[in-house]
Write a protein that binds this ligand. Sequence first.
Ligand SMILES: Cc1cc2nc3c(=O)[nH]c(=O)nc-3n(C[C@H](O)[C@H](O)[C@H](O)COP(=O)(O)OP(=O)(O)OC[C@H]3O[C@@H](n4cnc5c(N)ncnc54)[C@H](O)[C@@H]3O)c2cc1C
Length: 389
Amino acid sequence: MKTADLLLVGGGLASGLLALRLKEAKPALKVVILEKDARLGGNHTWSFHDNDLSGEQRKFLHPMVAHHWPHQSVRFPGLERTLSAGYNSIPSGRFHDVLTKALGEDQIRFNAPVREIAATSVRLDDGTELEAGAVVDASGFKPDPALRIRFQSFLGLELRIAGGHGLAMPVIMDATTPQDSGYRFTYLLPFSADAVLVEDTGYLDDAALDIAGLERRIADYCSGRNWTVQEVVRREQGVLPIALAGDPAHRNRQHAAPQIGLAGAFFHPTTGYSLPDAVRVADVVAALDQLTPDALRQRIDTLSAALWRDRRFFRALNRMLFLAGRPEDRWRVMQRFYRLPQPLIERFYAGSLTPLDKLRILSGKPPVPVGEALRALIQTPAEDTRIHA
Ligand SMILES: Cc1cc2nc3c(=O)[nH]c(=O)nc-3n(C[C@H](O)[C@H](O)[C@H](O)COP(=O)(O)OP(=O)(O)OC[C@H]3O[C@@H](n4cnc5c(N)ncnc54)[C@H](O)[C@@H]3O)c2cc1C
């Protein structure tokens, strides 16, 4: 007997947004999320820029957005800049609450780890087999030989600062921090007058997180700002993929069920952020007439291939960031980027650069050795679609 019309493996960002979108668009459809843990969304603060999404898409997310700021800023050794670009944050606690209320108990199974995925069924760790009209894998990022990646890794501490932190807006990058082994910056989200999320972030070659070292960097950063930490309210950490080259479409075809979210490589190549893509995927799936395995596979794989193709330029830039120049000089690439016009910066994050934007980003003398920059830009595009060969 069928458990559902659609089974979603994993109850994280991509799965939750798809289930919610389907609830609106196709209320009669029975969608069931299978989550291995006891909550939806794990422990994250998911942020996005206003311009990453359309007005309709922002409206869809609105109930989950706990913080919106009309401005954001960046700080480099030779540049401080405020951008009049809105920024939003969704705490995973709010995500869990909104989804459990909207979907109801019969649409979510907690503590249900999936061991095997097929096109129309799954097997749980305890051996139970569940059948469905179709299955989608949204179980998050797995290392993959079809992708050549580096890492954006971070530790975030939500802190209460005695007497307040004095920040008026998010600081997306404060790269005045010590630069070693890669591009390093502190990311700050002021949640209230005295609560702030302080994330020490690195664009690094290595996936390992040195938690003690990151805690020390955050403590140093706070004392540099004369902040007295009263309390560590919450912690989060992550190691996100930054794509240099690869071919996820080839990889996706090897799987029994279509993959969304990080499992399907739906992320911005340079930031590793997947929220805007998760909304896009939810929209295209909700627009399908029939959610058959073939229709889902066709639509999801086509979108994945199109996005991957369109984002070739970002992967070339990532190669320049990671492969050219000394790791401790990589911040110069980002400082130079942040001198460009604001609309271009917004289009960069939205993944919608125009040909002229690309020219502007590449024009002038690169802030890393010219020969190395050129090699990084042009050396591997052929490999870009042949990593799996
Ligand atoms: C701390 C952190 C902060 C981030 N901040 C941002 C941000 O600000 N903006 C942004 O766009 N991106 C951000 N990202 C990157 C990315 O968008 C997130 O990792 C996002 O959660 C990925 O969504 P997903 O649905 O692919 O995977 P996840 O949200 O990780 O969901 C996967 C789910 O599947 C479950 N699962 C895994 N295996 C199984 C199994 N076998 N059976 C059942 N369930 C399973 C997991 O428990 C998890 O709940 C952040 C990542 C981290 C780690």
